[in-house]
Ligand binder design. Structure first.
Ligand code: GDD
Ligand code: MN
Length: 414
């Protein structure tokens, strides 16, 4: 399969997390396409990687020999998982290995693997053998029979979890219930929306930019893809033998964040903003951040210039307060409004560049704000507060649109 250098690593796709058409997918142009590409996301799986590669290869050699590929996507594991996987390439010609050093996270790992894949069917399985590999054959069978998506589920006949603590069961079921309330159109379609073990027909998600927030790539696939028939196969989620789970409370917080984003971008509001080509959901978040900036600005102005505090000169206080508010707004926008873009450009140089651009644009916005205020107050509405509101609204649209195009656009990381 790898006809360039034996044991060479796959180059890491960059830019938007969009699934390409098949012909554009092959990173190495001379690799043939296959029926099935199975991504194995890994982080600190040195104790499992050899076993999972050998079990999967034996299983798939027995059912679709030469018509599949295994793609290990490792986030530069400190235990050298990627190195062990790379050393196996000679023995398993269907194996390809990607080592990511500038990006981290389970969901984006799966999507980068699918971007590099050459299969018509794209799948994902955990590396820790908690997903029983033999279920793959039933999932492939379901795809053969016309399913667009085949999901291994713990909550159908034959499904279950081994000895999960009451807390883990409670959290999993609770997360599912919450999802059914926020996003019934997506979570209602499968019995185990938390599953990380499934396969999907490439054409259902081609061209879709999948969002790397969170741990649950299945929600993205169903929420943003064009998925028709869904099949489910029961499986028992078994105990880990080596290494430990990377799921922390952070994944639960990200999951709620993920549900709300998906709701905003795929609900009526999302469809309307797609129609008018203006990201309303993102603009609302930007506006909320801007509002927090107003409070920060007022608070700093009070602390610096009020006669009962430091009583510094008004203009100097305003300039400092305005800059502190800009820093506040940048941090929130980078962490929330544009998280899907900034999470792909995490290097401090990239962050600094975004901050400087944001600063310049907001300062230009401040000038625009003052100009519009004077224009409206002197020639349109002689009421300073209404004029100021109109000026703030104009400056906010300016700040949003220019930052969207310049500061947080997805650039092809060279
Ligand atoms: N590349 C990469 N980057 N891989 C990761 C990362 C990451 O940041 N975090 C976890 N992984 C890999 C692990 O190496 C493992 O192969 C798989 O993702 C699942 O991670 P676990 O830490 O084992 O998760 P779990 O056992 O709690 O499983 C839960 O989450 C899985 C992922 O959604 C369960 O809900 C599973 O059903 C689900 O598949
Ligand atoms: Mn696991």
């Amino acid at each position: 399969m790898n006809s360039i250098q034996p044991n060479s690593l796959l180059s890491v796709p960059t830019g938007a997390l969009r699934i390409p058409e098949l012909q554009a997918a092959t990173i190495n142009p001379d690799s043939e396409t296959v029926l099935f590409s199975l991504v194995i996301p890994t982080y600190k799986e040195a104790g499992n990687i050899q076993k999972i590669v050998s079990v999967l290869s034996n299983l798939l050699d027995g059912s679709i020999p030469g018509n599949y590929e295994l793609i290990v996507v490792d986030d530069d594991s400190p235990d050298g998982t990627w190195k062990i996987a790379q050393s196996l390439i000679g023995e398993y010609p269907q194996l390809r290995v990607m080592r990511r050093q500038n990006e981290r996270g389970l969901s984006s790992a799966v999507i980068r693997g699918w971007q590099a894949a050459t299969g018509r069917v794209l799948g994902v399985i955990d590396a820790d053998l908690q997903h029983p590999p033999h279920v793959l054959l039933q999932l492939l069978q379901a795809m053969e029979e016309g399913a667009d998506l085949a999901v291994a589920s713990r909550h159908v006949d034959g499904g279950g979890v081994s000895s999960w603590s009451f807390i883990r069961r409670f959290l999993s079921r609770g997360a599912q219930l919450l999802g059914l309330i926020i996003l019934p159109g997506v979570l209602g379609r499968v019995s185990d929306p938390m599953s990380g073990y499934f396969m999907i027909r490439r054409r259902c998600i081609v061209g879709q930019t999948l969002n790397p927030v969170g741990y649950k790539i299945l929600l993205e696939a169903i929420g943003r893809g064009n998925v028709g028939k869904i099949a489910e196969v029961g499986y028992v989620f078994s105990e880990r033998k080596e290494g430990e789970s990377k799921v922390t409370w952070k994944q639960y917080v990200e999951y709620i964040h993920h549900l709300i984003r998906l709701r905003l971008s795929t609900g009526r509001l999302g469809q309307f903003s797609q129609r008018i080509g203006f990201p309303i959901g993102r603009f609302l978040r930007f506006g909320l951040v801007g509002l927090s900036g107003v409070f920060v600005d007022m608070a700093v102005l009070y602390l610096l210039s009020d006669p009962t505090t430091l009583a510094l000169p008004l203009t100097r206080s305003k300039i400092i307060a305005g800059e502190v508010a800009i820093v506040n707004n940048f941090l929130w926008n980078d962490m929330w409004t544009f998280a899907d873009v900034s999470s792909q450009q995490q290097q401090w140089r990239q962050r600094l560049k975004r901050f400087l651009k944001f600063n310049m644009i907001c300062l230009a916005g401040l000038v625009l704000n003052v100009l519009v205020l004077n224009l409206v107050f002197n020639f349109v509405i002689p009421n300073r507060y209404i004029a100021n509101l109109i000026a703030i609204a104009v400056a906010t649209v300016w700040n949003f649109w220019v930052n969207l195009k310049l500061s947080w656009r997805v650039t092809q990381v060279k």
